[in-house]
Design a protein around this ligand. Structure first.
Ligand code: AMP
Ligand code: MG
Length: 649
């Protein structure tokens, strides 16, 4: 008997899997039902290596802490009854016993009536004594006696054995995550080793012919393996022990061999990529042969994340995350982290959720639970969650994002002003010191560099000029970078300001035509001539910009209604235009000078744009805003901008 189904069976199963898209809740419930309840594997670790682990068993105190009655002060161990009559006018004289109880010295002589024994803080109280008198309250009376002018209550300055921790008491409960305080308690009891939940070993595999590991050169059409690094890190953050096995090509035989070996040696197997119906996608076909019951959900009503595949193979979870890094992250945090933490004996991540207000309306697809990445900033009355998503293929939104919110499958939008629960990517969020919302420009990073070096957290959220202005008007950011031309007045930016905003001059950016150096069609021409030359050559392909971009307005002005080949290729950034030209997908386009120069492309200047800042007046006095204004005006800041090809105002 083998587990390998006949090809016919394989086909039928596969069809079923794709036809049944489960809701997020159903998929999670089925996945958990296939995995729990289960015994939590445990191991014994030295105390020093137990930090962050969850205790597998209750720990009972084996001794009393302190182990003996202990003096809390430097002074004299006495019998309190001897001092009953002591007062300012009637000092009591006691004879000193012939020993000194230092820390770590066991007393040998009893304190008999009328005597006292010198004792240090932490010293064991001698037999017969029931109180300690502070040395400051005594007066020497010759070498062998002291005088005491105040009565002492029984137990004064004594810590009794077991008063901190009593022998037999439950010191720590199973499931407690061991931090420095817990380590302290265990050490105080003399415990050198603890039984903790064993971190599940999680094998992490990336799949795809196109993947190259960071550190290696990048051949054409290849991309760096992002998921491997993120998933391994997220596993370690959530109680697992990641074993990253690299990227495997989309080859069924090779992949099956790697998956089998990985599953044998680990408790969990997480793959990414290759889960859609695409030609090269093979991992889900292999799972059916790895163990029972196999695939539990393939296709979950998530956005992004629909191709998520959840399986259980002979008791071990096997997961295929979607290939796009952001989709992989959402689904990992939302669906896999709870399972992983449970296997690791850790409590759910209650620490990693906050409530925040969403300032803008977010449209959502009906019927799929939608994840939206958000960046948290501090508003007048609580946290504000700004959507930062750039589509499921984008990785940079991560760096900007503090976490994500979920829009219910039954909702077609989240209205502006909604309160939402944000799942944090890391347990602790530091809200930014400086918030910039608007049009992005590489020059911005040059100006904010000294702030970042000084330890200020700068958050810049790219929503375009108009989006930034709206945010500034609502007072949700410190300032909005804008480059808006007003046809009526023929000026930039100022006409767009409203009450509460003030314009801070930024810099000028030269927009112009980019082409490959040496292209004879364009060398030496003006922008108008270059476009005429391009239109005259039917083999010439352009790259355009998206509707609403400032650059697009300039391109349309130059084209004067013409629609040459490439017009409908409308990327959303200056860099994409340069990449298209550099990689011969297009012959010309319009971008800003610094971007053209950074790609070593030819450039014909056309129009200078004003990139300025709409500053929210109410926030002007904030230290980070002042630091930004200083950096903008500084010699170093201006020099850095100029060096990059911008012209400071
Ligand atoms: P797939 O599900 O394999 O078709 O992948 C979907 C998309 O995600 C493709 O653009 C892949 O190149 C990309 N992708 C898959 N795996 C990774 C990875 N480990 N790192 C970065 N991108 C990936
Ligand atoms: Mg792939």
């Amino acid at each position: 008997m083998t587990n390998t189904p006949s090809p016919r069976d394989g086909d039928t199963n596969e069809q079923d899997q794709f036809l049944t898209i489960l809701s997020r809740e159903d998929a999670l419930a089925r996945f958990e039902a296939g995995l729990f309840p289960r015994a939590i594997a445990s191991e014994t670790r030295p105390l020093a290596e137990a930090l962050g682990c969850a205790l597998a068993k209750d720990v009972v105190a084996p001794i009393d802490v302190p182990p003996f009655d202990r003096s809390n002060v430097d002074g004299f161990a006495v019998r309190s009854a001897d001092l009953a009559s002591a007062g300012e006018a009637s000092p009591v004289r006691v004879m000193l016993n012939d020993e000194v109880v230092a820390c770590g010295t066991a007393p040998t002589r009893p304190v008999l009536s009328g005597t006292a024994t010198p004792i240090a803080t932490g010293g064991p109280v001698p037999r017969g004594a029931d109180a300690i008198v502070m040395v400051e309250r005594t007066q020497p009376a010759g070498p062998r006696a002291v005088e005491i002018r105040r009565a002492a209550s029984p137990g004064q300055f004594v810590s009794y054995a077991g008063s901190d921790i009593a022998r037999g008491e439950a010191l720590l409960r199973a499931g407690t995550v061991i931090g420095s305080r817990e380590i302290g308690m265990l050490a105080a009891c003399g415990i050198a080793q603890v039984t903790v939940a064993r971190r599940p070993r999680v094998a992490v595999i990336s799949t795809g012919d196109e993947l190259v590991q960071p550190g290696q050169p990048l051949p054409p059409a290849a991309i760096y393996d992002t998921n491997g690094a993120i998933v391994a890190a997220a596993v370690n953050e959530n109680g697992g022990e990641a074993v990253f096995l690299g990227a495997v090509a989309d080859d069924e035989e090779q992949l099956e061999a790697v998956m089998r070996k990985a599953l044998e040696a680990s408790d969990v197997l997480v793959l990414s990529g290759g889960t859609s119906k695409g030609a090269g996608d093979v991992s889900h076909r292999i799972i059916g042969r790895l163990g029972k019951p196999g695939i539990i959900a393939h296709g979950v009503a998530l956005k992004p994340g629909k191709p998520l595949c959840l399986a259980v193979c002979d008791g071990k979870p096997v997961i295929i995350l979607p290939g796009f890094p952001t989709s992989a992250m959402f689904t990992f945090h939302d669906m896999i982290v709870p399972v992983l933490r449970r296997m690791a004996g850790l409590p759910p991540r209650s620490d990693a959720k906050v409530n925040a207000r969403v300032p803008v309306r977010i449209a959502s697809e009906l019927g799929r639970t939608e994840f939206v990445m958000v960046s948290l900033v501090e508003g007048a009355d609580g946290l504000i969650a700004y959507p930062t998503g750039k589509g499921s293929g984008a990785i940079t939104s991560f760096a900007q994002a503090d976490g994500f919110l979920r829009i219910d499958a039954l909702a077609d939008q989240m209205p502006a002003g909604s309160e939402a629960e944000v799942t944090l990517f890391t347990p602790h969020v530091r809200v930014p010191d400086l918030v910039i919302v608007g049009s992005h420009c590489t020059g911005l990073d040059l100006v904010t560099a000294p702030l970042a070096h000084a330890g200020l957290v700068v958050r810049s959220i790219a929503v375009g000029s108009l989006g930034g202005l709206a945010s500034a008007k609502r007072g949700e950011c410190d300032f909005a970078p804008i480059h808006l031309f007003d046809e009526k007045t023929g000026t930039y930016n100022t006409p767009y300001l409203s009450d509460g905003l003030e314009l801070v001059s930024g810099w000028r950016r030269m927009q112009g035509i980019v082409f490959r150096k040496g292209d004879r069609r364009f060398e030496g021409l003006s922008a108008e001539e270059a476009v005429r030359a391009a239109l005259a050559d039917p083999a010439c392909i352009m790259v355009n910009r998206n509707q609403g971009a400032g650059t697009r307005i300039l391109i349309d002005r130059l084209l004067g209604g013409a629609r040459p080949d490439g017009y409908w290729n409308q990327p959303r950034s200056h860099n994409a235009v340069a990449a298209a030209v550099a990689q011969h997908r297009a012959d010309w386009g319009m971008t800003i000078a610094p971007v053209a120069h950074a790609s070593n492309l030819g450039f014909i200047p056309f129009a200078e744009e004003h990139y300025d800042f709409a500053l929210v007046k109410a926030r002007k006095q904030r230290p980070a805003v002042q630091a930004f204004l200083d950096a903008l005006a500084s010699e170093a800041g201006r020099a850095a901008l100029e060096q990059a090809g911008f012209r400071p105002a």
